[in-house]
Write a protein that binds this ligand. Structure first.
Ligand code: UT7
Length: 324
């Protein structure tokens, strides 16, 4: 027997304001056609001026709890993957904990940029399989619109705001690949690439929060290779291979990266959850958003084998194999 971290509920939240590609044509030398053909993005959501990352996270958390049929009192802890916290500290997780009315348990943030939700899942899984927690809320929440340089057409058209959440609970399994829950994780980072995607400000450097800077094309070339190898490493750790996969639920940065990774893995696109056209790149929120949308659309079903992979600033990348 082996303890498994099994998904018990899922939810998401997207801010009301939907921004189509045409919005950028009025103040930048860009076009709907360029954005769509190079990235697959057609629209994204931007948070209202008074909405913070924790506000988005709370909505997603409440939907996940309701979907699981639990109240906040049933939760031992909250992990929030984010690179755009409300404040430098305290963590977004403690703000969510307060808003949910929890006065016990723990909360902390995980910062691995676009790979943040994968890192948070790996940490949550470790807490559950080691017996330190029985039930956890794992959230990815971002307001990347706050770190955009609106004069930089090569980045500001690509990102959006949103949040997704899952409830993970401890359940005994056999230890084999037929178990429900997280079956394996694979985490990687390589700081030699830290200049490829970064924010040019911070507490102990500029004293400002800074704006996002990205070398898109070199990152694109790193992404397909690293995403394929981490997904295959995670599958191998679980005793599975590409043919066992029902759904790839990838980080949603660029449709061409998603297609390239699926092609390399030999998995047809009708087995890939794609939301990039509607959400843009929501960094750590993109995978839980895609999970929630995939479930709501009736695609992801109990017992399906999922592999999720993500890459972002650091570079940091990784994958999780889980049976829904
Ligand atoms: O979530 C973290 C991970 N993020 C990623 O993995 C993102 C990876 N990178 C990408 O998705 C793509 O590289 C981009 C979508 C960012 C760019 O696509 P690309 O095919 O790599 O284009 P490029 O950067 O090579 O730029 C091609 C041309 C350039 O013009 P020149 O130098 O060829 O004259 C750019 O200046 O497109 C130009 N360009 C634009 N044109 C119109 C760049 N941004 C825009 C724009 N509108 N918004």
């Amino acid at each position: 027997m082996k303890m498994r971290a099994v998904v018990e509920g899922v939810g998401h939240y997207l801010p009301e304001r939907v921004v189509p590609n045409s919005h950028f044509e009025s103040f930048l030398d860009t076009s709907d056609e360029w954005i769509k053909s190079r990235s697959g993005i057609e629209r994204r959501h931007f948070a209202a001026e008074d909405q913070t990352t924790s506000d988005l996270a709370v909505f997603a958390a409440k939907m996940a709890l309701e979907n699981a049929g639990f109240s906040a009192d049933d939760i031992d802890g909250i992990l929030v993957a984010t690179s755009t916290p409300d404040l430098t500290f305290p963590s977004v997780a403690t703000m969510v904990q307060y808003e949910l009315g929890m006065t016990s348990g723990f909360g902390f943030d995980v910062q691995a940029v676009c790979a943040g939700f994968i890192y948070a899942l790996a940490n949550a899984n470790a807490l559950i399989v080691s017996g330190q927690a029985r039930r956890l809320l794992v959230i990815g929440a971002e307001t990347f619109s706050r770190i955009m340089d609106w004069t930089d057409r090569s980045t500001c058209v690509l990102f959006g705001d949103g949040a997704g959440a899952i409830v993970l609970g401890a359940q005994e399994g056999t230890g084999g690949p037929e178990d429900r829950g997280i079956l394996s994780t694979d985490l990687n980072s390589d700081g030699r690439y830290r200049d490829m995607l970064y924010v040019d400000g911070g507490v102990s450097s500029s004293g400002t929060s800074g704006k996002l800077r990205m070398q898109g094309n070199p990152l694109f070339r790193q992404a397909v290779e690293k995403l394929t190898s981490t997904a295959e490493a995670a599958l191998q750790k679980a005793g599975l291979n590409d043919k066992d996969v029902d759904w790839i639920v990838p980080h949603q940065a660029n449709i061409r990266i998603i297609q390239g990774t699926a092609r390399k893995m030999g998995i047809p696109m009708d087995h890939v959850i794609v939301t990039v056209q509607d959400h843009g790149n929501t960094s750590a929120a993109s995978i839980p958003l895609a999970l929630s949308v995939g479930v709501n659309e009736g695609k992801i079903k109990r017992g399906d084998l999922l592999v999720s992979e993500a890459i972002g600033g650091g570079l940091a990348w990784g994958a999780v194999v889980l049976r829904w």
